[in-house]
Each structure stands twice: as C-alpha cells, then as structure tokens.
Design a protein around this ligand. Structure first.
Ligand code: GLY
Length: 381
C-alpha cells in the first residue's frame, strides 16, 4: 500500500489528532485489504472469536465490506480495492433479480455497494442497480400510513407490520434518486418515524407496530434492545444520523431538531470512556457489554449534524465525536488480536447473538468517521 493520499478538512486547521486518525485509518485499510479476494459474493457479518465467516448475500449487512473498499480506494487511490467490483455487482444484481431477503434494508445494501461506486467512478451499472433497488424499496411504502414497512411480505397484517428506527439510514437511497415521488416517500416516512419512534423526551423506540388497515401506530416494541421502554443505543445512533441525513435532503427543521435532541440524549448516556453500553439501561455504575458500533454510528451522525448548526454547536459536536473515535481507536480495536479480520471489537448484534464481537457495520462506520475526521468527505448516503 502506498499510503493514504490526504485532503485535510478545509478550515479545520492543524488538528491535534490528525496523525492519530491517519494511523487508525491505515490500520483499518490494512484489515480491509486482507480478504479482498474472499469477500466477493459472500460477505462478513458478525464475527465468531473475532473472525468473520463469509455469509452469502442474503443479510442486511452485505454492503458494508464493499463500502469499506470504496473508502479504502478513496483514501489511497489504489485500484486493487475496486478490482472485484464487477463480481460484487453481479452478486448484488442477482440479489435483486431473485428478490433474496428483500426488506427495507435495500437502502443500506445498495447505497454502500452501488451509490458509493457510482459516486467514485461513475460506474453506470452500479447507477442502474441502485435505481432498481430504490424502486423496490418504494414498493414497501404504505400510502395510508405514510411509512416504509420494515420486514416481511407486503400485504401481511397486524401485528407483523413494523416501522423501525434503523430505516432512517435506508432513506438516503430514495432521496439520492432525485425522483420526486421517492423523495416524498422518504420524507413522509421520516415524519411518521418522528411521530411514533421518537418519544417525547427524545429517546427512541426500536420498533413500532403499525396497523396497515388504519395506517396508525399501535405501540412501541423492542427487537434488539433491553426492553420495550428502554433505549437501545444503536437505535438512538440510527436516529441521530438518520434524522441529520433527512435534514440534509429536505431542509425540514423538524428533522434537524430531532437529530439535535436525540444527540443530547446520546451524549448524556455516554459512559466515562465515551463508548456506549448496548442499551442506555446500563451505566458505569450498572455496566454491561458495550456496543462499539453504536459509538461509531453516533460519531458519524454528530459529524454530519455539525454541518447544519451554529459554529459553537458544531465545535462541540465535533469534539464529542472525536472523543468517541479516540476512545475506540485507543482501546477497542483488534490491534492486540493478530488473527482477527475485524477492525473494532466489542460490537454487538443481539444480546444473545454476536455480543462482544466484531460486527461489519461497526467497522464500516468507524472507518467512515475517521475519513470524515481527516477530509471533507463527499458522503455515499
Ligand atoms: N439494522 C439492524 C441493526 O442495527 O442491528
């Protein structure tokens, strides 16, 4: 590897921690390089003993490794990071063709595998696939209730229909198309999410049951959090980042307010070392395992949010994002685990599945946050 070609964030001045971020990024890029030829039509998901097993392209996580390759390519200019792009696109095309496990996660899947590639290289096949995926995501829009159904076949009834906070990161695929109908669907979904998934104190429900007959919300439920009424850390991170992104595309002030208020909840619940426990039920006085991926997503959210607030508020957000990323890079990487092919340890999928392990979305968002800290990043979302 020739090293990272840097464009420092304009106006950021001589940032004290730049060298540290660059070293951390270099480590993440080296790990990305390790399995370039292994993750081509099967992709990392959640590690076992800090090793990933390639999983066929049917999970919501298949695009995070291709997204890391795009970041690595962008930072180094080295073509090897995109050398398997045609085979990766074959895999993502087959997934659409065969409608393999189609959920609202089409946004995660095709933003980081296709929109990213299109933005970096102008790849037209990636552009077409991303647009096809957006059309399929739009099929999940429920007109009466103004929401995108998370999981399950369309046409099923209560109580199997849910909206979930994670979907906020699926909306950018719809906004990106520039198709007015899709943009409206995304904005309407964000309004519905604001109404039901964000509580009056700006904590969040993970999911909300919807009644497709009436289009109305029924009740909040958790899927991966500690309890229905608790606040799942990763869900709160999806809220901060997702509403900041919806604000970016719509300039709807309500979304900015929610991003800021949900960020304050997150900040209040950060432990002393700035890496969140997996649910805000847990604290330094009553600790449990962490979710490093929630910290990485939250840092990306703060760095996005910093673009839309006063100079003072922005400086505070950037400072907190740096605290999170510094802590992750100092104490939570796999540096001490020579055999690991993950970047961050102590991630968490479900409490009883993939707790304390590497999770590929944690690796991706950690890398994205580092890239955001060292350059003025043109985002894939
Ligand atoms: N989007 C699924 C998760 O955050 O685990």
């Amino acid at each position: 590897m020739n090293g990272i070609k840097m464009t420092f964030r304009p106006g950021a001045g001589a940032r004290a921690n730049q060298e540290h971020y660059l070293r951390a990024l270099q480590e993440a890029i080296q790990i990305t390089e390790k399995n370039l030829d292994l993750y081509v039509d099967a992709f990392p998901h959640v590690s076992r003993d800090h090793k990933y097993q390639p999983e066929e392209n049917r999970l919501w996580t298949a695009s995070f490794y291709p997204g890391m390759c795009c970041l690595a390519y962008e930072m180094t200019g080295e073509p090897k990071f995109l050398k398997n792009q045609d085979k990766i696109l074959d895999s993502f095309e087959q997934r659409l063709q065969n409608r393999v496990h189609i959920t609202h996660d089409l946004g995660f899947l095709y933003t980081l595998s296709c929109v990213s590639l299109y933005k970096l290289t102008g790849n037209q096949r990636a552009y077409q696939l991303a647009n096809r995926a957006a059309a399929m995501l739009a099929e999940r829009y429920h007109e009466k209730g103004s929401y995108i159904q998370a999981w399950g076949e369309m046409g099923i009834g209560y109580p199997d229909v849910k909206i979930i906070i994670d979907c906020m990161l699926n909306l950018p695929l719809l906004y990106w198309t520039g198709n007015e109908t899709y943009e409206n669907m995304a904005e309407n979904h964000a309004k519905t999410a604001a109404r039901y998934l964000i509580r009056s104190d700006y904590t969040s429900y993970h999911t909300y049951l919807m009644d497709p007959e009436t289009g109305k919300g029924v009740c909040g439920k958790t899927h991966q959090g500690y309890a229905d009424e608790s606040t799942w850390a990763r869900g709160q991170a999806w809220a901060v980042y997702g509403f900041a992104l919806s604000y970016r595309y719509t300039v709807n002030p309500e979304f900015l307010k929610i991003a800021e208020k949900t960020a304050e909840v997150f900040i209040r619940n950060l432990p002393a070392d700035s890496v969140p426990y997996w649910d805000f039920t847990f604290t330094d006085e009553n600790p449990d395992i962490r979710d490093t991926s929630a910290g990485a997503i939250f840092a990306c959210g703060l760095l996005e949010l910093a673009k839309y607030v006063s100079r003072e508020a922005a400086a505070r957000y950037v400072n907190i994002a740096e605290r999170v990323i510094l802590s992750l890079s100092q104490s939570y990487t796999t540096r001490d685990l020579a055999d690991s092919d993950g970047v961050l340890k102590e991630g968490m999928y479900h409490r009883d599945d993939g707790a304390g392990e590497c999770v590929i979305w944690g690796d991706y968002f950690y890398m994205e946050a580092l890239v955001r800290l060292v350059k003025d990043w043109d985002l894939y979302w």
